[in-house]
Structure formats: C-alpha cells, structure tokens
Ligand binder design. Structure first.
Ligand SMILES: [Fe+2]
Ligand SMILES: [Fe+2]
Length: 191
C-alpha cells in the first residue's frame, strides 16, 4: 500500500483486536501527536506558504480525529493516559538528517510514512475489529490518512526535485520496513 515495502505482521492484528480499549487509547495519542507534528512543522518553516497552509489543514483534520476518538473513549468510561511516546515513530525520526534542506525533506517523508502505515493498519482494523462500530470508525479514517500521506509527499515535491523525493522515499521505505519487521506486536497503533 502506498510507499510501504512490507505488510504488518498478521499477529499484530490478533493482539489489536484482543485489546480494543488499549488500541483506542493509543490511537487518541497518535492523533494528538499527528496534530502536534503538523504544528511543529508550521513553526519550523513559517516562510513556506504551501507547507503552512497544508499543515494548518492537516492539524485541523487530526484534531477532528482526536475529538472522535476521545468521545468514544469517554463514552466507554476509558481515560486517556499520559503519552509514553511511539517507538516506531521515534526510530523513523532517527533517520532524519540534521542539516537543512535535508531535514525538511526527511521530516516530510517521515510524516508520509507514519500516515501510510496508519492507513494500512486502519484498513486491517476496518476488516477485523470486533464490533461494527469499530470497523466503521477505522473505515471512516482510512481515506483521510491516505490523503495525509499524499499531502506530505506533495509538499515535498513542491520544495524538492521529483527525483530527489522519489529516491529518498525509496530509502525510507527500506528503513521503515526494517523497523516494522522488528516490532513486537504490542497493543498500540504502531506496535
Ligand atoms: Fe488522523
Ligand atoms: Fe493523519
């Protein structure tokens, strides 16, 4: 799917559907982090108009998703927890080069991969989640996350040559696949 070089381990699906409440709590934290990342990009690159406008739009959509998931949690009597961080995303960020303009390119590609992997996992949950309500929730979020993948890659192509973007996506696909193959199937969105 999209730019991904490997599929999620089917064992993760078994863990996820056995722990729907834990997945929901982590999902809420992921939406929060996705909105925060968009705001951080806007904060770091205020001179890039296309990026600024797209990040505002993306942050609004991620906050809408957070609102949906937070309301489901509250209706179920589940509290959100402090954010312990996302090891998958942290490992991807370790591949971001420190020097500009590479930092911008790599950060956009990291954003794209997190969206793409989220999209793949939502598609699995849309098929396998234990209740119709949950399957509908994940199905409803799928298209939006695919759109976010495209937003990040479109912004990258706005500021960098198409071939450079393609080459770096190819490199990140290998990094990301290695990270995913070493995941331990935790009850989190990217576990
Ligand atoms: Fe989202
Ligand atoms: Fe997203």
């Amino acid at each position: 799917m999209l730019c991904l070089a490997c599929e999620t381990n089917p064992e993760w699906v078994d863990v996820a559907i056995a722990n729907p409440d834990l997945i929901l709590v982590d999902h809420a934290l992921c939406e929060k982090k996705a909105a925060a990342f968009a705001m951080a990009m806007l904060n770091r690159y205020p001179d890039k108009s296309r990026l600024v406008l797209d990040m505002i739009e993306l942050a609004k959509e991620e906050l809408d998703h957070l609102d949906i998931v937070a309301r489901i949690l509250i209706a179920r009597g589940i509290e959100m927890t402090p954010d312990a961080g996302n090891p998958y995303a942290q490992q991807l960020h370790q591949h971001v080069r420190g020097q500009e303009p590479y930092r911008l390119l790599d950060s956009l590609i990291v954003g794209a991969f997190i969206e793409a992997r989220s999209c793949e996992r939502f598609s699995l949950l849309a098929k396998h989640a234990p209740t119709a309500e949950m399957r509908e929730l994940y199905a409803s979020l799928l298209a939006s996350e695919a759109g976010h993948y495209r937003a990040y890659t479109d912004i990258a192509r706005e500021y960098f040559p198409v071939d450079a973007v393609k080459a770096r996506i190819h490199e990140f696909a290998a990094f990301e696949a290695t990270i995913v193959k070493n995941l331990t199937n935790q009850p989190t969105m990217h576990g």
